[in-house]
Each structure stands twice: as C-alpha cells, then as structure tokens.
Design a protein around this ligand. Structure first.
Ligand code: SAJ
Length: 426
C-alpha cells in the first residue's frame, strides 16, 4: 500500500520525531496537536522538546515542504495516534487523550485508510476502545479501513537513531492491517518489522517496560539489603554481573519518566489478581525516595535547621523531562521532614516552580550542609572540585547514582554512595 499523505496526531516526544521522520522520507505529513501554542511554536521555527538532533530534523522536514502543522486532522491515507497515556492518582490508565484523538479523526476517515495507535495502552485498547469509536463512521474496521497498533520503543536522548534502527512490532486487527502498517513504517524503519495481532503488540510494549521496572526494583532492593549487611552494592553488582547470565541493573533514587513508572500499572489495572510481582516492584521503586531520605537523615543526624543542596531533578540523566521524577519526590519528602532544600537542574535553567530551584549550581550549593546528587547528569560527573570547595561550606556528599570518583574523598569530602554499606556515624 502507498502512503502519499498521513496525519500524525500528537506532537510530543514521539509524535514530532515520527512526523518529521516521515516528512524527511518524502511523505506529506500533517502534524496535529490540540495545543495551539505547540503548533504556533513549531510553525514559527521553534521547538518545545529537548532531544538531540530533533531541531535539525524538524527544520529539514519543514524545508522539504512535506511537513505541515495544525490543530486539526485532514483527510489522509493514514492516521497515527501518538498521544500521552498517563495515569490517574489511583494508578488507573487515563485514556482521555486517546479517546479524543480518535474522535478527532472521525470527520476525515475514508474507505481504504489505515489508522495506527502508537500510544502505550492497556491490553485490548485498540480492539475495545479505538475500534468502536472509529466505527461510529459506519465504516467497518478490517473491511472498510485498516486498524493497527505499533508502539515505539525509543530511548529519550537517542530517539532519532532508535526510531530508524530499532525493531518494530506492528499488530493488525487483520493480517492486511498489519501488512499495511509495515508498508507505512518501512518509509524510514531500517530495523526488523514483526507482524502480529493488536493485543499481542500492546502486550509486548507493556512487557518490555514492566520487565525493566521489575529489574530496577530488584537492584533497588539489593541496595537496601547491602546497606543492612554492610556490603557495597556497587561492588557486589559488578562481581555478580561477571556471571554470564546475570545482568543486575543500577540502584538509584527511584524510577521516573512517563513510561517505566507508568506502564506496569496498566497490567495491574487489567488483572490485579495476577499482576502481583509487577505491583510489588512498582511499590519498591516508588519507595526508593524514602530510602534516600532515610540515608540523608542518618548522615545528618537530624534535618532540623539543615540545608541540603540537591543536584538534579529530571527523571534520568541528560534529559529535560521531570515527569514522575523520583528526585522531585525526594525533595518533597526532605522538605516535609524539616530540611531546607535548594535544587539545581541544569536542564531547567528557568526553574521548576513547585521546587525551590536555583538558576545556577553555585547558588544551590551556597551554605549547604549536605550535597545530595539525585541525577547522574554528565555535567555532574565533571564538576570542578576546588571550585565547589570554594563556594560551598558542605564537605559531605550523598551520591545516589554512584557517579563521583575517589578524587572527592582525596579533596577532603566525605562521600556516601547509596547502598555502599558504610556503617554511617550520625
Ligand atoms: N533507572 C534506574 N536504574 C537503571 C536504569 C534506569 O534506576 O539501571 C531509572 C532511570 O533513572 C529512570 C527510570 O529508571 O528514572 C527509567 O529510565 P529508562 O532509561 O529505563 O527508561 P525510559 O523511560 O527513558 O525509556 C524506556 C525504554 N524502555 C526500555 O528500556 C525497556 C525505552 O526503550 C522505551 O521506548 C521508553 O521507556 C518508552 O517510551 O516506553
């Protein structure tokens, strides 16, 4: 099947790179977002997302004359839905964006069209949520139009490369739908394209991220056990991983982002009686900020009157995304425990209002009693130790991401690392 014009609905971390990639591959693309500000920013040559290489890719797409942006869809050969699927406070899937994006297609859906849902969704969403909405047009999915599900699996920070190179799974409600999806994505996907049914494809996506969340949870639980037994968890993991079939991940302050910390809950919601290990892993990871606060309290003796300089608020190194960030949860817990916290997030130079962020590192460090490193940004791996000594009274560091070298100890700092097993004096 040939696709001359497509609509990509949702111009976020995934939709915008995907739209740009199709446009750069010669397909006419209408990029759609309900947020007029985003559409205006893009139309005026701006960019609302920090992703290496994306600005150049979007500029190329516009200059090729193949990319247009709008707040509403148009008739097209294919529609890709790439909108967020967050969760409510009760951890239930919030499918409002998927519903409204699907509804927005109805006036433009025609016989022979292909619709692909990309958003990470609970199992059976394509068949039980998207299909009935689209069939309100009177057109029958699988007969009059084709319907599929194809999740992205790119790593923020490496999106453009992984969009092309990663293997891609495409589920169709009929074999022809899946094959048509393959024709569509072959425009730029160089990785293997595997065809299956929609529910299998939905489940594959959730399994990938749930597998990662469970494995991070065991690493975090190992950090607490190591702390209890006076073992350095980082040494122990390094030795254990010499085993040919062991790959223990890195402990840290918790799990953030809008994927790994969210997707496993879709399984728990869909089958709470079965997804018990999955739910427990989520609770272990969500409790890691409390473990970090407990370590800080043991180091300081008490939080009362103490000033803590927090380095890093994003959910993982070298990204500007703070969604579900465990660093932010840690700051809230510290403040509720009575500590005075000043934070510095290099990717948020204009601050992050709910948190007392400082415009630069020096201001965050001034007058601190403890330096708390919560994100392993590359910038924090190359700090000028002598400069830090000159601008901050702090000589104690709690490194929750194991990025500091022995140089800091040699320069007179006392460095505690999460899970290092040091029996800490108060
Ligand atoms: N983390 C740890 N220890 C580790 C690895 C990660 O504590 O050893 C933490 C990170 O700091 C972060 C969180 O887990 O807070 C998630 O980080 P991540 O890099 O594992 O995941 P994402 O959310 O950036 O990207 C994941 C990827 N999925 C997998 O690796 C299976 C990516 O391929 C997906 O496309 C993406 O989720 C998504 O969009 O679903």
């Amino acid at each position: 099947m040939k696709f001359n014009k497509i609509c990509v609905i949702g111009l976020g971390y995934i939709g915008l790179p995907t739209a740009s990639m199709f446009a750069a591959s010669g397909v006419k693309v209408v990029g759609v977002d309900v947020n007029q500000e985003i559409v205006n920013t893009l139309a005026n040559g701006g960019l609302h997302i920090h992703e290496p290489g994306l600005k150049n890719m979007v500029d190329q797409a516009f200059s090729s004359g193949n990319l247009f942006v709008s707040v509403h869809p148009e008739e097209a050969d294919a529609f890709i839905i790439a909108v967020p699927t967050p969760f409510y406070d009760n951890k239930k899937a919030d499918m409002r964006f998927v519903k409204s994006a699907t509804e927005s297609i109805l006036p433009y859906l025609r016989k022979g069209n292909l619709v692909v849902l990309e958003s990470t969704s609970p199992p059976q969403t394509t068949n039980e949520l998207v299909k009935p909405i689209l069939e309100k047009t009177g057109l029958i999915a699988g007969n009059d139009f084709l319907l599929g599900y194809s999740p992205e699996r790119v790593l923020p920070g490496q999106i453009l490369r992984e969009l092309v190179e990663n293997a891609r799974v495409i589920g169709g409600i009929t074999p022809l739908s899946a094959e048509s999806g393959r024709d569509l994505y072959r425009a730029f996907v160089k990785g293997e394209i595997i065809l299956t049914d929609t529910t299998t494809a939905e489940m594959v996506k959730l399994m990938e991220n749930t597998y990662r969340d469970v494995n991070i949870a065991i690493a975090n639980e190992f950090s607490r056990l190591a702390d209890r037994f006076g073992v350095n968890v980082w040494d122990a993991i390094g030795i254990a991983n010499l085993h040919p079939r062991v790959k223990i991940l890195n402990p840290g302050p918790g799990v953030g982002g809008h994927c790994i910390s969210v997707d496993p809950w879709f399984f728990v919601e869909a089958a709470p009686d079965l997804a018990q290990l999955i739910a427990m892993a989520r609770r272990v990871n969500d409790a890691q900020p409390e473990f970090v606060v407990g370590l800080a309290e043991r180091i300081l003796g008490s939080f009362s009157g103490k000033k803590i300089a927090v380095l890093g608020l994003s959910y993982k190194p070298d990204v500007d995304d703070l969604r579900e960030s465990p660093a932010i949860e840690t700051v809230h817990l510290l403040e509720r425990s009575g500590a005075k916290v000043k934070s510095y997030e290099p990717y948020k130079p204009n601050g992050y209002p709910p948190i007392n962020t400082q415009p630069n590192l020096d201001l965050a460090l001034a007058g601190a009693d403890l330096i708390l490193i919560l994100v392993g940004h590359a910038q924090f791996k190359n700090l000028d130790i002598e400069h830090i000594k000159s601008i901050s009274s702090a000589r104690i560091i709690l490194d929750t991401v194991n990025i500091l070298t022995a140089e800091w100890e040699n320069a007179g700092f006392t460095v505690y690392t999460l899970g290092d097993g040091q029996q800490w004096a108060n």
